[in-house]
Design a protein around this ligand. Structure first.
Ligand SMILES: [Zn+2]
Length: 162
């Protein structure tokens, strides 16, 4: 038998009595899919930023794709389609991009286009550029930028990128 249930969630996504679920999404979040950072991202979003329910796009490089229209046009188009879907359907109050240190996608695909000597500074510059690209399509959209940075003790600290 292949259709046997193996787990039952107690969360009902249709529950109209559930205050959180009945509202528009608190946020649409776009961050990298690197497995090393998923738990830190979730902790930061729910505990650091106190975001309730968020729609998530987790793809290699996160928001960096928005500046890659000329270099990776298929990846750009598919990712933009997904992001636009969530923005249009979920009517989020905020859109959140999170970059992170040691981003392999950024190192391998994006960093060469930036003059800043420091790779984190290159990422900040590209995230700002990505925000501008998205706001060209959605003019009044609030897009917050954050960066997961390394610390000497091995923990992750989150910086706000202005
Ligand atoms: Zn990454």
């Amino acid at each position: 038998m292949t259709d046997r249930a193996i787990y039952r969630s107690r969360i009902n996504p249709e529950d109209k009595e559930d205050f959180l679920i009945s509202m528009a999404a608190d946020a649409v979040v776009l961050h990298c899919s690197d497995h090393r950072f998923q738990r830190s991202f979730h902790e930061f979003l729910t505990k650091g930023l106190k975001v309730g329910l968020y729609a998530l796009l987790s793809i290699p490089g996160g928001g960096h794709f928005l500046t890659m229209e000329a270099m990776m046009s298929k990846y750009f188009r598919v990712s933009l389609q997904s992001l636009s879907f969530h923005i249009e359907r979920n009517r989020p109050r905020r859109v959140i991009f999170i970059g992170h240190y040691d981003c392999l996608f950024f190192k391998e695909q994006v960093q060469f286009y930036f003059p800043e000597p420091d790779i984190n500074q290159k990422q900040f510059a590209n995230l700002r550029k990505a925000r501008i690209r998205l706001q060209e399509r959605f003019p009044n959209l609030v897009v917050e930028l954050y960066f997961a940075d390394a610390t000497p003790d091995g923990s992750v600290q989150f910086l706000k990128v202005e």
